[in-house]
Design a protein around this ligand. Sequence first.
Ligand SMILES: *Cc1c(COP(=O)(O)O)cnc(C)c1O
Length: 305
Amino acid sequence: MHVNTPLIPALPPFTLPGQQAWLKMDALQPVGSFKLRGVGRLCAAQVAAGARAIVCASGGNAGYTAAWAARRLGVKAHIVVPQTTSAQVREAIAALGAQVHVHGSVWDEAHAHAVQLAEDLGAAYVHPFDDPLLWDGHATLIDEVVAAGVSFDCVVLAVGGGGLLAGVIEGLRRNGLAHVPVIAAETEGAASLHESLLAGERITLPAITSIASSLGAKRVAQQAFELCLNAPVQSVTVTDAQAVDACLAFADVHRVLVEPACGAALAVPMVLPEVLAEFKAPLIEVCGGVGVSLDRLSAWKTMPR
Ligand SMILES: *Cc1c(COP(=O)(O)O)cnc(C)c1O
């Protein structure tokens, strides 16, 4: 269901002197984010196995994508969103023909409700970040870069629940690139992976305080955490303001709108150049996101920092 997205050379400030960074433009997927790779794969597999309805808990790109995929596959979608999800997002999901259920104040509560709902309805539950088939789908982004013949010496990506990270590492491994380092970026206030690595165990954040809502998993997937202990992953954090500045610069320089979640990865060359100094050809996953508009970008521009 996903498309093979463009792979383009980055312009400054997303590439540093002495290197040529590459942008994998997953913001251009039909759903606006990389999510279609894994969520699409998972939904298709469930329908092939006989599912007539799909349930997903997400007030963000995963929910939007599950609704999109279900429509494509001709099955019913039930998307459970927490109360914090804006009316605009609820409408966008409903416009795809999905039934929107509002439950709980945070994702974890929506998730628990969705698992029960799937059981009651006899529907398939699609997890937004914790499923091996989902990672297998996300891994296609690395397959595409390798097939394009572009060589890269590190991957820069954003981390929420860790599904993208697990998928990219799977993609590197299956292409003989397990040695390639991954720079995993989170915003402060949504840094569940970073805090877990500091603590030496998988922790649960007390709350999410970042505006990068697509990174707002209070606890990362176990697999993502373990991969970081066994693969060359460097965890970094940026502030919300730095992520937003990266979104604004990206809109100006590359003329594409992305969420602050994606801005976290784009901010790395801008604010942490030392992290990328040793590389000649970083690959930046432009993960995208539908939670952005001209109005929201200009509101972020004037937010206090
Ligand atoms: C889902 C998402 C992320 C985080 O992905 P995880 O698999 O949860 O780590 C980052 N950016 C965007 C735009 C997303 O939709």
